[in-house]
Design a protein around this ligand. Structure first.
Ligand code: C2E
Ligand code: MG
Ligand code: MG
Length: 764
């Protein structure tokens, strides 16, 4: 029945772990003895087969019990129910034996019948408790009904096969014909087993063994009914071997039960759909049953009672089964719709649903307005408190919005922390009024304020007008207004106006232009000297990028770098700047060999492993010593540096590249990071320098930072020195270097080279 290696795998596992190898071997030997005894027709065959059946069933029950105790928890019920089934078999067979010895050769008593039937119930329940079996009551009922259909279909087929040649008078004895129910019930169990046997690997062998056991039982019961009907059965008939064999297979199945560590197969979320034959399986025998009924009628000219009742029952069960399936399909369709159109977190309609409603509203040609609401600072909530808190917040926001909007509109979640409200119809409330109501509803309670979990929201409004060609336009306009509300201080609302839209469009255009700027050579660099405050000699020059826009003219970095950072275009731009600056520095090496070039790089570079390669390629390509290049990084870029970033900086330092902390004092200014970063220079932000004359605190700050930088062995550069007074102050404080309009504005390379010559001449 099982291939060789499988039998081997089962036998060894059955032996090694569970109920002991001895049990299996003894039970199998017992079976062999019985088979030999019956085959040789030795005297006392009936008693031998009774005893063998009781003993093997007893052992199998014990094996199942052990499997229940030691096996994985999800399989516990499965084995307990099978152990019960075996226990009932022991009981039934023992009673049978006793009554038989008491003088009744074939004691088909109601009590024994009940015990065997109970065994079928517990066996079926075991199969239904299996993990891969349907979880819902309806699903389980459907599986059992499939089994019942197959079982009932067997009745007419069995009738034709078994009773075809039995005298009509004998058939009238219900004891003979009702026996057909046993193989029918076995077949039902076998069908249920096939239905619940999922693709779970570790349970493959146990289920196969149980399947084999049921198949043996179908065969044995059917043969028994046939022999019995023809009056050919006597206790001790060779067919008796089959029952203990079926119990032996159950015991073997318990032996192959997976150990807890292996489990009965991890639950795969995406179980593949069952093959078509599995779905069609219950219906195939129905065809056979119909054929059998016709045959029975043809041969006897009438429909026997059992066949008639069986067919009626079959029709009834089929009807119920179809009803259940139809019902379940409706439920599944509803569930699918829900999954597709409802946001799982908040229970609100999702983007798809919102868009459908909006399109329908636009077709109705009534006034329509869309509000798009985006939380301010939601990312920080997630970062600080974790995603659980973030999810709770989104859920509560959804509820508050629904309450605030009421019947004046419908709320949806578009995704992330973005929500939308659709307002429709002539009697609609003004969208601005609704926005105010929403902002009021979302205003944090004092408790929330304290906890700091509550971000405010920015709302954008767009009303449907002749400019809009589709729902996409309308949502986009609401989003434009929402971004404007965010830019305008957050926690407010804005309505989309033509001016807003144009600004947004021009922003998009500017981004598109910026994409071409590097390739089309629209960028250029200006250089601003950094001088030695004591001698006035130029020590370095900072390269500052400019964009000569074909239409808009010269654009300062403030105008386009934020866009570049947002879009990632900053990477190619800065790469170009590094190369260009190195080439420029190489041209002044003959005049001022000590003067270095400083380049600003965006934080994004620090996260890129290719930064080192870019920098070394640039210096090597220009023939510049690495120590002639300074990379300027802002405090905030450095402060959230991971270990990888610090490593990268250390590698740059090893190459000889210098590193400056730019705009010092404007970021988070956590002093603790200073000693972790391998910097060489610290540039004090010009906002401090600008206030030096009038603000004592600014003076103290510059003084303190200079002292601190000295302690860390960093060269201090005072940025933005414009006046003689500021120059005197930073010199007095002890800054070594200065940068600012007093020493020179950012200018073309040629101008800088001229300064270098002058200084060189001055010094000479
Ligand atoms: P930054 O690195 O702090 O550069 C110094 C800025 O201060 C420059 O502005 C410069 O023109 C200005 N400045 C210098 N001296 C004075 C002064 O005495 N008074 C005043 N009021 N301003 C002075 P710019 O060129 O507009 O650059 C602004 C910022 O843009 C730079 O600040 C830098 O962070 C960034 N940036 C410039 N070029 C690049 C670049 O190629 N790549 C990157 N990633 N950022 C750049
Ligand atoms: Mg700079
Ligand atoms: Mg700066």
């Amino acid at each position: 029945m099982l291939p060789h290696d499988a039998r081997h795998a089962c036998a060894t596992r059955a032996g090694s772990a569970r109920s002991g190898p001895a049990g299996f071997v003894v039970a199998a030997l017992l079976l062999l003895v019985e088979a030999a005894w019956l085959a040789a027709a030795l005297p006392g065959g009936a008693l031998v087969s009774d005893l063998a059946a009781v003993a093997v069933a007893g052992w199998a029950g014990y094996a199942c019990f052990v499997a229940a105790r030691r096996g994985p928890a999800p399989l516990r019920w499965f084995w307990v129910l099978l152990a019960t089934t075996m226990g009932l078999a022991v009981l039934g067979r023992a009673l049978w034996t006793a009554q038989r010895l008491g003088g009744d050769p074939l004691p088909h008593t109601p009590l024994i019948g009940t015990l065997f039937t109970l065994g079928i119930v517990t066996g079926t329940a075991a199969l239904l408790s299996f993990r891969a079996a349907p979880r819902s009551a309806v699903g389980r009922a459907r599986t059992v009904l499939d089994g019942v259909i197959v079982g009932l279909a067997l009745i007419p087929i069995g009738w034709v096969v078994v009773f075809r040649d039995v005298a009509v008078a004998d058939i009238a004895d219900p004891m003979r014909t009702l026996g057909l129910l046993y193989p029918a019930l076995d077949l039902m169990q076998l069908t249920v087993l096939v239905a619940v046997a999922g693709p779970a690997r570790p349970m493959w062998w146990p289920l196969t063994a149980i399947g084999a056991s049921l198949a043996v039982r179908v065969f044995a019961d059917a043969t028994y009914v046939s022999l019995f009907a023809h009056g050919d059965y006597v206790p001790g008939h060779p067919i008796d071997v089959c029952w203990p064999l079926s119990y032996l297979l159950i015991g073997a199945a318990a032996g192959c039960s997976p150990s807890p560590a292996r489990g009965d197969g991890e639950e795969s979320v995406e179980a593949p759909p069952p093959p078509w034959w599995r779905v069609a399986l219950p219906y195939l025998p129905v065809g056979g049953a119909i054929a059998a009924v016709m045959l029975a009628r043809l041969s006897t000219g009438q429909t026997p009672h059992l066949i008639f009742l069986g067919m009626m029952a079959l029709l009834g069960v089929l009807a119920v089964r179809q009803g259940l399936a139809a019902n379940e399909n409706l439920r599944l369709v509803a569930q699918l719709r829900w999954l597709a159109y409802v946001d799982q977190l908040t229970g609100l309609p999702n983007r798809l649903m919102f868009v459908r409603r909006l399109s329908r509203a636009l077709r109705d040609e009534t006034p329509v307005a869309v509000l798009v609401l985006d939380l301010d600072g939601f990312k920080q909530v997630n970062d600080r408190f974790g995603h659980g808190t973030g999810d709770d917040l989104l859920t509560s926001i959804g509820e508050r919005m629904k309450r605030a909007v009421g019947t004046d509109g419908s709320v949806a979640r578009l995704g992330g922390d973005e929500f939308a409200v659709l307002v429709q119809g002539h009697a609609q409330v003004r969208p601005e009024r609704l926005a105010e109501r929403l902002l009021a509803a979302l205003r944090p309670s004092p408790g929330e304020e304290e906890a700091g979990v509550h971000p405010s929201a920015s709302i954008g409004i767009a009303e449907y007008g002749p400019r809009h060609t589709s729902h996409t336009d309308l949502i986009r306009d609401a989003e434009i207004a929402m971004y404007a509300a965010k830019a305008g201080g957050k926690s407010t609302y804005r309505t989309c106006t033509p001016a807003l839209r144009e600004a947004a469009v021009s922003r998009a255009e500017l981004i598109a232009d910026l994409r071409r700027a590097v390739d089309e050579g629209q960028l250029h660099l200006e250089y601003q000297p950094i001088v030695d405050l004591a001698t006035g000699a130029v020590r370095s020059a900072e390269a500052l990028v400019r964009w000569r826009h074909p239409r808009l003219g010269l654009l300062s970095p403030e105008r386009f770098l934020p866009l570049a950072e947002e879009t990632g275009l900053i990477l190619p731009i800065d790469r170009w700047v590094i190369h260009e600056a190195c080439r420029a520095a190489a041209t002044w090496q003959d005049r001022a060999p000590e003067a270095t070039v400083a380049v600003n790089i965006a934080a994004a570079h620090l996260r890129r492993p290719d930064l080192i390669a870019t920098v070394t390629a640039a210096t090597a390509g220009a023939g510049l010593a690495p120590r002639a290049l300074t990379l300027e990084l802002t405090e905030s870029a450095l402060i959230d540096g991971s270990d990888a970033v610090l490593d990268r900086l250390a590698q740059l330092r090893e190459l000889g590249i210098r590193i400056a902390i730019d705009d010092f004092g404007t970021g988070y200014s956590s002093l603790s990071y200073l000693h972790r970063i391998p910097a060489t220079e610290l540039k004090i932000d010009r906002s401090f320098v600008a206030r030096l004359g009038e603000d004592a605190r600014a003076y103290a700050t510059v003084e303190m930072v200079t002292r601190l930088a000295d302690a860390f062995d960093l060269t201090v550069v005072a940025e933005g020195v414009e006046t003689d007074g500021q120059h005197a102050a930073v010199t007095a404080i002890g800054c070594l270097h200065g940068q600012g309009w007093r020493y020179g504005r950012p200018a073309a390379l040629a101008d800088l080279r001229a300064t270098l010559t002058t200084v060189a001449r001055k010094q000479g």
